[in-house]
Every structure is written in C-alpha cells, then in structure tokens.
Design a protein around this ligand. Structure first.
Ligand code: PEP
Ligand code: MG
Length: 827
C-alpha cells in the first residue's frame, strides 16, 4: 500500500474511533467528543477524523481527495449539486485542551459563491466564508503577511469585493487559491499544520505549560446548505446562565453555514428553530447526563432535520447554573451527593446569598480595601453615624465611611447599607459587626483620607463630597464613584437542596456566631445547628453603652453594684430573646470580653488595650461581674423552660491564659446556678468551657480540659497573639505587602495558619482529649467561615465550627468538601 493509500485508510468516521481502540491521543478532543455523541445515540453531521499520526498526510491532494470521497459516501449525496450544495469544514483539535486551533470552510469558489448566496437569502455569508478560507490558507500556508490581507479588507466595500481582492493578493504572491475542493482542503490542512507547528505556536504552548509538540488531529465535516426557511446553523448552551434552569439558550443563523461558533453571529433566538426545539433540547439533556456537566453544542438544521457539529463541556459556568445542575444531576441519579457537593464552591454560594454589583467596565474605581463582608450596596457617603441615621431615616440609602468604627457607631452600622473603613482588618470591629448584621464591608482602605470638617473624602487625588453616591463591593474590596447596578440575591430552593446533600456528607457541625435573637434567627434559617458564640459585650453597644460605661467607671462599690444590677437586667431580656430563638439547640454564651478602648474610648488610657484589662481579667478584678451575667442567663433559661423550650446552655470564659482564672470563673458560675436554683426551684443544665485564644491557653489545654467541658478556639486573638500581629492594625498595609512579596501566601486572619496557629491547636486538641476524651472542641474565630480553614479544622478533628450567620451556607458546603478531601487523603 502506498503511504497515501495507508493514510486514506486511517481516516475514522465520527463514532468509529472506539471500535478501533482510539482515544484523544489519536482522535483529538473533538474526535472523542463526536464519538461520545454517536455512542449516546445522538444525530451527528457526516464527518471524518484524520488521526494525529496521519494528520500531515491530509495536506496531500490525493489523500484530501480520498477523504472527500469517503465524506460523500457518508453524506449520501453528491457534492457540487447546486440544488443541495455541500461544503467542507476543516477543524483541528489537539490531544488536550478545549481550544479549536483551526476552523474554516472550503468547497466554495468565486464562481459558486453567488448561487450559494442566493440560496442563503443574499446574506453574504458565502463570501465571508470564502474570504476567510483564502486568507487563512494564504497567511498560514503561504506566509503572505496578515497586514496585506488587512489592508485589502479595508479597501473592499463588500464581502464579494473582499473575495476578489484576496484572490488577487494570493495570485500575485504566487499562491493562487485553488478552484477545486480537494486541492482547497489539502491547502487548508497544510496551513493548519504549519500554523500549529510554527515556532511561535510552540512557544505559546510551552508558556501555557503544554508540551511544545502536542499532537493535532484534523477533522473534515460535510456542511449542508439550504434555503433559509428550513436550514441553518446554531450554537446553544444547555442552561440559562441567569437562572441555571435547563433549556437551550443560544442563537440560530438561517441559511448560515458554520465557520465556528464565532463565525457569522449574531443570529436569531432559538424560538423559531425549523423543526422545533425538541431535538436540540433532548440532545442537550442526553449530553448533560452523559458528560455530567453543562453542555454547549454547535448544530445544523437541514431541511428541518437536526444534527450536531460539535459538543463540549462548559468549563466555567455561572454559580446559579453550577448549583442547579448539581441538584438536577443528583436528582436524576447520575451523580451522588459527594459529587454534587464537590461541583459547587463556597464562593458560588456566597454570590447567590448577597447582592452583587453588575459592572459594565466603565465604573470609576475610587478606592480599594480588604473585602471584609460580602455583598454590595450603593448609597450616599455619610461620614458619621449620626448623619447615617439621619439620612437613612429620611429614606436615603447611605454608606458609612469612617477611619474605624467603635461600639458607639452601632446605630450608624444598623442604618447604613454598607460600611467602609480606612483602618482595621478582617477581624476589626467594623468587619465583625458588619458580617453579623449582613452588611457589606470594605476595611483597611488605606488610601482614603477623611476630612470630617470639610465633609469630603479623598482617595488618590480624587475627592467626593459627603452625600455623593458610591458603590461598595464587599466581595472584592472595591469602592466605585457613582451608582453601579446592584443585582439582588437569589438563593432559590435548589441551593437548600444542595446544602441538604452537603449536610449528609459533612462531619463537622456548623454553628453561628450570633449575639441576639435576630442574628440567631437568620443563622438558623441558613441551617446553623446552634449558636457557637454569643459575644455578650455586643449586647451593650449603641443605646446600652452608657450601662457598661457606668459599670466600668463606677466610683465606688455602691455605684458599681447599682450599675451591675441594671446591666444584668438588660442582659436578661437579651438572653430571653436569644434563647427563645435558639430553641432546643446548643448555645454558647461567652461572658464579657470588653476591650476597654472599645467601650471607653480615650478615657481607657491603656497603651495596648487588646492586651490589657480584657476578658476574664476584668472578672478577676470585678468579682461580681460574671456571677451577675450568669444569673441573668440562668434566670432567662429557667423562665423559658417553663414553656417547654430548653436550649443546651454552654457558658464560656474568654481570654484565659492562667488556669486559676478559669477555675475562679467556673466556681462563680456554679455559685450563680445554685443561687438561681434556690430562688426559682429550677436546676439549670449547662456546661462550662473556655475560649482558647492565647498561646498559653493552647499550651496548657490539658490542664484546662480538667475543668472545662468544652474548648472553643478563638482564632482571631490566637492568630494575633501567635504572630504578634495586631488584628486591628496590620492587615491593610503590612499583611497586604507580605502577601504581595510572597512572605505569606494569604493573610493569617483570612485563612488559618497551619504551621503556627494550627500547630498550637493540634497540641491543644491532643492534650485536651488525653485528659478528657469526650471534651467538645470547636472554633469560633472568623476562620470558622473560611473554606481552607474549615478543611484544617476537619484535619485537626474538631467537632464544630462557628461563623457569621451569612457564612453558614458556605460553611456547610465547605465542611462537606473538607470531609471528602480528608477522608480521601487518609484513604
Ligand atoms: C476570637 O478571638 O477569635 C474570638 C472569637 O473572640 P473575639 O473576636 O470576640 O475577640
Ligand atoms: Mg477573642
């Protein structure tokens, strides 16, 4: 057999590759796709693949002629019949990657184009296609500079004139474009292969991490052309990206003939498809089930008959589509819960739960900071809490902008649509409160200069007056001048269905950080299994601030006792509210941890307030504080229990570093319980535990575990104290530089540091379980909502994670991902 005869014999009809034992290594990605379509019983256009090992032979006219002979037999009709014209599409596909390195249509000449154009309703598509082929062959096969074609194109007044100019150009260069289809195909194949093996293409592949000598298969398709009423070509996706719902979405071009997905569009919507939408819909459905992915197809309708030209997985789909597809495939039984859950990311979920900015690209970026709380909002700049409240009461959406916020700003934080701070990081006051309230936040926007007296804010030389509109994107950290378009959140029932599957896969329990009934209700709606942290100091923000101040600044014992009684009474109401919402679930109430500067401002007079009279230390000095809080809590529980609702109370002590601190606090809590039992006759069931948020607490966790029934890792402080990085000061400037210079992969306040902080947690977990195997272990720092940190918590064997209410859905999914990742890593 001659080499050409051998090459002709190597041609594989679509659908014939499997029988010959060929895979992508020979058939290319497209050849395998077409095999799959045939195996699924779907109609495909007549086509052939020239395998990688013989691809070069298609550049020989006799092999191209043999290929056309085979194609004609497959098509079952002669080529060259003016009533039923058939063109030839040459496609190339590599052995890896989804690109289409060559896609052109041959079979036309300057003589045959007018007849085809008439058939195609004078759309000029025939001339477009012919011009594209002449240029491709001239430029890549004969080396005619692309600029010469560009100049000729510029001078041509119509597609038909362009064809004439391109033909003249090719002839003048000594490479006339052939008239005969087989010769055209051979030249097209030669051009495609030359282009693929050019030094530039090889360099590009190497740059993309692919082998320079990656194989290329060539494919030849019969493209049937017919009258606009019954024929045409289209492109369709299996799902509507806006809703994620199944249904063909795309365009159709009557009497057009494919020049690849990009050729000749736009067309018309799919509603009036000749022959109806059903064949397309059922092909897409079969493909989705077969590929277990959203699909995109190119298709032909010829005389009302439907056939596929190409199909591929959609790699980057919208979050809405990802979720709906996962649920649909799981409900159809083609994927299990683990696969469904694995095909969606926590950030897909975040996108659906929060408003998003829909950017046009024309927005003016005003400033940039840390993405501190997801979501987006548009509003007028307010430079004080008072103004935020005033303007929002008069119906204006406002964006609160401040150097940083303190507990006194709670009314402003409640009134605003979003908050922006110049200082502070992801665990700063503004960030923590905004996440709790579900407000978008950008913190640490260090370029901002706020001029309160001048009532303006400046960034990089650009000033905006208080009252002007800005758009805040808490998911990216960007702040734009003016009003961008905001798309509202659309969670949808399919999200809950997916999350229920995640719940079946995950091992870690998911709780929420919630300080009051409102936050707890939101968290429970999002699927939280309980409250992992109620920061009682947050109950004293806003209006209640004078109560704490009165207590902290009391001049004598009487004044202190009076202030404490008032404080406890207020707190009892808050507990009643929180416990009623929590129902029978666990709820961890942390006794007061009030960094003094947050409550007293300037008068706190501590040099390092985050290391000062905080947490349990204040209770050591003010021995009546924790018993008063505990009595308020137990009394609220006893009252609620009378109605049959019995939350699982967990009382938690903050910022412990010394065993005696915990011992004293535990003893005072027990005393309070006894007092409540004596007064009410109700013995309140509860457990007592401690935060582990100082490195020393982690190192003495074995001792703590003898008197604590649970440990909750406060990784905000634990990170701050392990690194010595002030959580309020270093993120925006220091840590962003560290990350930019690759000193750190990510801010340790965003993702738990596995080597240092993680190692401390591991030490604590091991020691605590050694002395108290049943001890409950959790995390309640901001890391509890971060997917990478959740995976570390899974690896460390914690029992639960607790995060802001709005992060609960993402955490449920991330916990399922973590369970799969860790169980597959450990076999
Ligand atoms: C922590 O430090 O991680 C924690 C949860 O406590 P707070 O953020 O209130 O200091
Ligand atoms: Mg803390």
């Amino acid at each position: 057999m001659t080499p050409s005869a051998a090459a002709a014999k190597a041609l594989v009809p679509y659908g014939g590759g499997r029988d010959r034992g060929l895979d992508t290594g020979e058939l290319g990605v497209h050849g395998v796709e077409m095999d799959r379509l045939v195996a699924l019983g779907l109609p495909v256009v007549p086509g052939l693949t020239m395998p990688v090992s013989h691809a070069a032979a298609l550049a020989r006219p006799e092999v191209a002629r043999a290929a056309l002979g085979q194609l004609r037999r497959l098509a079952g009709q002669p080529f060259g019949d003016p009533a039923h014209p058939v063109l030839i599409r040459l496609l190339a596909s590599a052995t890896a990657g989804s690109g289409v390195p060559a896609d052109l249509v041959v079979g036309l000449t300057a003589e045959s184009a007018p007849a085809l154009d008439a058939l195609a309703d004078g759309s000029q598509a025939a001339y477009d296609v012919l011009a594209a082929a002449i240029r491709y062959v001239g430029e890549h096969g004969a080396g005619i500079p692309g600029d010469e074609f560009a100049d000729a194109e510029y001078e041509a007044a119509s597609p038909a004139a362009r064809v004439r100019k391109f033909l003249e150009l090719s002839t003048a260069a000594g490479f006339p474009y052939p008239d005969e289809p087989a010769a055209q195909l051979a030249r097209a194949a030669q051009a495609a292969l030359r282009r693929w093996t050019s030094p530039r293409a090889r360099r590009q592949r190497r740059g993309q991490g692919q082998p320079a000598d990656l194989g290329l298969a060539l494919h030849v398709q019969a493209i049937r052309v017919g009258p606009a009423r019954t024929c045409g070509h289209g492109v369709a996706d299996s799902r509507d990206p806006a809703t994620g719902a199944f249904g063909p979405t795309g365009m159709f071009r009557r009497a057009g003939f494919s020049r690849g997905a990009a050729g000749g569009w736009p067309g018309e919507p799919l509603d009036e498809l000749p022959g109806g939408r059903e064949p397309l819909a059922s092909a897409l459905r079969a493909l989705e089930l077969g590929m277990r992915a959203a699909a995109q197809v190119e298709f032909e309708v010829w005389q009302g008959e439907f056939a596929l030209l190409a199909a591929r997985k959609i790699e980057r789909q919208s979050p809405r589509t990802a979720i709906r597809l996962a649920v649909d495939l799981a409900e159809a039984g083609v994927i299990d819960d683990m696969t469904a859950v694995g095909s969606v990311t926590a950030s897909d979920i975040e996108t659906l739960l929060h408003p998003q900015l829909e950017l046009t690209g024309r927005e003016e970026l005003f400033a940039r900071g840390l993405p501190a709380a997801a979501g987006a909002a548009v509003g007028r700049i307010a430079l004080s809490s008072e103004r935020a409240v005033e303007w929002s009461e008069s119906g204006n959406p406002v964006i609160l902008m401040a150097e940083e916020t303190t507990p006194g700003d709670l009314p402003g934080l409640l009134a605003c649509k979003a908050v922006v701070t110049m200082r502070g990081g992801l665990s700063s006051h503004a960030a923590v409160v905004a996440r709790g309230l579900g407000r978008p936040a950008v913190c640490g926007a260090i370029a901002l200069r706020i001029d309160k007296p001048g009532r303006s804010v400046t960034s990089a030389g650009h000033s905006l007056a208080e009252g002007e509109l800005v758009s805040v994107d808490g998911s990216s950290g960007n702040i734009y001048a003016g009003a961008a378009h905001v798309v509202p959140p659309r969670p949808g029932g399919d999200l809950e269905s997916l999350l229920r599957r995640a719940d079946r896969v995950r091992r870690l329990a998911v709780r929420a950080n919630a300080d009051n009934g409102r936050d707890a209700a939101l968290a429970i709606r999002y699927g939280a299994e309980g409250v992992g942290l109620c920061r009682t100091e947050h109950q004293f923000l806003g209006d209640r601030l004078p109560l704490v101040r009165g207590y902290l600044l009391a001049a004598d014992a009487d004044a202190e006792a009076a202030a404490l009684a008032e404080l406890a009474a207020a707190q009892r109401e808050d507990f009643a509210d929180l416990l009623a919402v929590t129902g029978g679930r666990p709820v961890t109430v942390r006794l007061l941890d009030a960094p003094l500067h947050e409550f007293l401002g300037e008068s706190a007079q501590e040099v390092n307030p985050m290391l000062g009279l905080r947490g349990v230390r204040l209770a050591v000095l003010r021995t009546e504080l924790y018993p008063a809080q505990a009595r308020a809590l137990f009394s609220a529980w006893a009252e609620l229990a009378a109605s049959g609702v019995t939350p699982q109370l967990e009382v938690m002590v903050p910022l412990v570093a010394v065993l005696g601190e915990l011992a004293a606090a535990v003893a005072s809590i027990h005393r309070a319980a006894e007092e409540v039992a004596a007064r009410t006759g109700v013995t309140v069931p509860y457990t007592v535990g401690t935060m582990v948020e100082t490195p020393r607490a982690a190192l003495i966790a074995g001792q703590l575990a003898r008197i604590a029934q649970f440990l909750s890792f406060g990784t905000n402080d634990l990170t701050q104290l392990t690194y010595g990085f002030s959580r309020d000061d270093v993120e925006a400037q220091v840590l962003s530089t560290y990350v930019a210079q690759d000193l750190l992969p990510v801010s340790p306040f965003t993702s738990l540091d596995p080597d240092g902080v993680g190692e401390l947690i591991k030490t604590a977990v091991t020691a605590a379980r050694r002395v108290n195997p049943g001890i409950k272990l959790g995390i309640c720092g901001e890391h509890g909502g971060d997917p990478a940190s959740i995976e570390l918590c899974e690896r460390l064997g914690l029992d639960y994670i607790s995060c802001s209410p709005s992060r609960v859905p993402g955490a449920r999914l991330a916990a399922a991902h973590a369970a799969v990742a860790v169980s597959s890593a450990t076999g």
